[in-house]
Design a protein around this ligand. Structure first.
Ligand SMILES: [Zn+2]
Length: 381
């Protein structure tokens, strides 16, 4: 199968983040099996989703992990000119959900499997395909652990094929998402001095978070990112039932997008310490006053690969790029890196096309993607 046929097949599986991906995974698995490659599944707890990994080439230390996610974002509410789950060619563009983010990379590497098999590789090439990337990089941690424990030999680094127009990306911000729930005491609004309003307290916490962002911005910056500092943002706020009723509950969801120099856990610890102080203060008025913060999804660490690291030099050589770049979106690269595999992001297609109606990848990018993998194979042979 050529790269466009494989891409068309991958796109025909409408596997949205959060939903079962076993249909697309089975197809990938059987494609690999036909080419003599044994792959392994890494299921989620419920058993309705799975990642997949395999190794092509010798059982020796070193080599590279090629990584991608099998899920895509929804199309609901978007105005598509073509069927999003039928790859449609118009001029140089191939339209479809996932065409760039990021089934294009999967198609490129899968196309090259026959060449990998016949190449007498001296260093192994691993595939690592995850699920639920689009809803918070949920599948990657187990997959990374499975690769580390399944093989006696250790891959040297990882290449994550998120769309970057095939420019090597050495940095990404880290992200984590929280929900904070404030439990106050209900009462008539005239009693605001005797009760604790969950809304008032939530508002103070939100201002504390904004202050924290300003402090961080004045302390550390990284001009490779936009904005060049860690950002903290509250996106939802829910609470209260009427103007004359003191709210006994208020919750808000917020995220931290962290430059590599800052630490998500330090910010969370500082917030937590502040919440405990507020609890102590307000329990003199309302003994059951509680502030609870829960993780909405696991932290995705920042990526800060140095330009002289082996993986950066390898991708630079393959792409003949004269520049490295950074991105402000979160990807699995930070997780692979934290898991002991220095990582880089580099994939066909433009992130500007991702997650929107009429997503496409150009045939030129797709062809170049395959050529890069072919160069990798030659280099490893
Ligand atoms: Zn993606």
């Amino acid at each position: 199968m050529n790269v466009e046929q494989i891409l068309a097949k991958l796109i025909s599986f409408p596997v949205l983040g959060g939903k079962s991906n076993l249909s697309i995974l089975s197809w990938i698995e059987s494609y690999l099996t036909k080419l003599g490659i044994i792959s392994f599944r890494v299921y989620n707890e419920e058993g309705n989703k799975s990642s997949l990994h395999c190794r092509i080439g010798p059982a020796v230390d070193g080599g590279i992990i090629l990584s991608g996610h099998t899920d895509v974002v929804p199309v609901a509410g978007q105005n598509w000119d073509t069927d999003p789950f039928v790859l449609t060619e118009i001029g140089d563009k191939l339209y479809g959900r996932g065409s760039c983010d990021m089934k294009a990379f999967l198609a490129c590497i899968m196309t090259a499997v026959p060449m990998m098999v016949n190449a007498h590789l001296k260093k192994p090439i691993y595939f690592a395909f995850s699920y639920d990337e689009e809803i918070g990089c949920l599948g990657a941690p187990d997959l990374i652990e499975a690769i580390a424990s399944h093989y006696d030999e250790k891959p040297a680094y990882a290449w994550i094929g998120e769309p970057s127009m095939l420019i090597p990306i050495v940095g990404q911000k880290g992200i984590c998402v929280q929900e904070t729930i404030v439990n106050g005491s209900a009462g008539h609004s005239s009693r605001i001095r005797q009760e604790v309003s969950a809304i008032h307290e939530a508002s103070r916490l939100i201002l504390w978070l904004e202050d924290k962002m300003n402090q961080l911005a004045s302390k550390s910056s990284d001009i490779r990112f936009n904005p060049p500092h860690t950002s903290i943002h509250v996106g939802t706020l829910v609470g209260g039932i009427a103007p004359n009723v003191i709210a006994d509950r208020c919750s808000f969801k917020w995220d931290i997008r962290c430059i590599p120099q800052d630490s998500i856990s330090q910010i969370l610890e500082a917030f937590d310490a502040h919440c405990r102080t507020r609890e102590r203060e307000l329990r003199t008025i309302f003994p059951d006053f509680v502030i609870e913060t829960i993780n909405d999804h696991p932290e995705v660490p920042a990526l800060d690969t140095k330009e002289d690291q082996e993986i950066a030099q390898l991708i630079k050589e393959l792409t003949e790029a004269n520049q490295f770049d950074t991105v402000s979106y979160a990807a699995e690269a930070g997780q692979f890196d934290e898991g002991g595999f220095p990582s880089i992001i580099c994939g066909p297609g433009d992130i500007a096309q991702a997650h929107r109606a009429n997503e496409f990848v150009s045939k030129t990018q797709l062809k170049r993607g395959v050529e890069l993998i072919q160069k990798l194979i030659s280099k490893f042979s």
